[in-house]
Design a protein around this ligand. Structure first.
Ligand SMILES: [Ca+2]
Length: 294
């Protein structure tokens, strides 16, 4: 199969606002590039993640996308992680605020897909993805159906000495995915989206656009880094001129979970690199979200 036609998104929508735009861009880019969004899962225990995802899918006209949520309790569900997702969730009917277990939804979506046809993009902590490969059956399913995993994870800027947030929040899960994922993993590190500041007011987006509401509530109109948006864009538009891919290698997490990349022939890890000025990408995201408004 030459071109990948399917996308699966795993998001922690709530703790930061860039997930809201990334969910919308998943819908828009898949439409533009003739790909199919086959599922969206939520990777925290917040009761409002599913509703927030559905509010954005509905608003941008995505129909019948399977949604799942983490079954684990007590993970990133504190009040500080609810600056906008509760409001978005309460805008959809109650039945759209609940969903089955994320890993079950992932497995079903993969089982129903042709071999090697799915790209998974992970833009939150890695509990769901670690659970997906926690047994032989899950690992075999990933090997059979998934072409590659793209994750917003790590920080590969020179001199970085801190663990990146998506890994730091659940280090065992992050280690499992980095060390054991059975296939190619592309890392969209913290340094890629950090200075791509998008969606400062005025955005031109409609008042009831849930992406605009998320950014307004979380950032009070100041705009936000585009970590998750860059990850989704690279995944869907593989020839996007904004990015290039490193040589193969291995990412390792040291004893403090700080990420390190070492080039290695035959390695299954790659770094996504940004090769145009950040403002070019930010304005492109804003225009894309605006032009796709219903
Ligand atoms: Ca995220």
């Amino acid at each position: 199969m030459d071109e990948i036609k399917r996308l699966f998104l795993d998001t922690d929508i709530g703790p930061d606002c860039d997930d809201a735009a990334a969910v919308a861009l998943s819908v828009i880019f898949c439409r533009q590039f003739g790909k199919k969004l086959i599922g969206v899962t939520h990777c925290t225990s917040s009761p409002w993640g599913v509703g927030a995802i559905n509010a954005i899918l509905d608003w941008y006209g995505a129909k019948n996308i399977p949604v799942g949520t983490m079954s684990r309790k007590g993970f990133l569900d504190e009040e500080e992680n609810m600056t906008y997702n509760r409001e978005l969730a309460l805008s959809v009917p109650a039945e759209k605020r609940i969903a089955p277990d994320a890993v079950q939804v992932m497995r079903k979506a993969l089982q129903d897909s042709p071999d090697g046809s799915v790209d998974i993009v992970g833009i939150g902590p890695f509990g769901n993805l670690a659970d997906l490969i926690s047994d032989d059956e899950g690992r075999a399913l990933v090997q059979q159906k998934v072409r590659r995993l793209i994750i917003m994870a790590g920080d590969f800027a020179d001199g970085c000495d801190e663990p990146q947030w998506n890994i730091e929040m659940d280090i065992p899960a992050g280690r499992k995915v980095v060390d054991e994922w059975p296939g190619d993993v592309l890392f969209c590190g913290y340094e890629v989206g950090k200075d791509v500041i998008a969606l400062a007011e005025p955005t031109g987006l409609k008042d009831d656009n849930p992406v605009r509401i998320a950014y307004l509530r979380y950032r009070k109109g100041q705009g936000r880094s585009s970590w998750d948006l860059c990850s989704v864009q690279y995944t869907v538009d593989e020839n996007c001129p904004f990015y290039s891919l490193s040589e193969p290698g291995r990412v390792t997490l040291d004893d403090r979970a700080v990420s390190h990349f070492t080039p290695a022939e035959g390695g299954n890890h790659y770094l996504i690199k940004k090769i145009v000025p950040p403002d070019v990408i930010a304005r492109f995201f804003e225009q894309t979200l605006l032009q796709a408004e219903p």
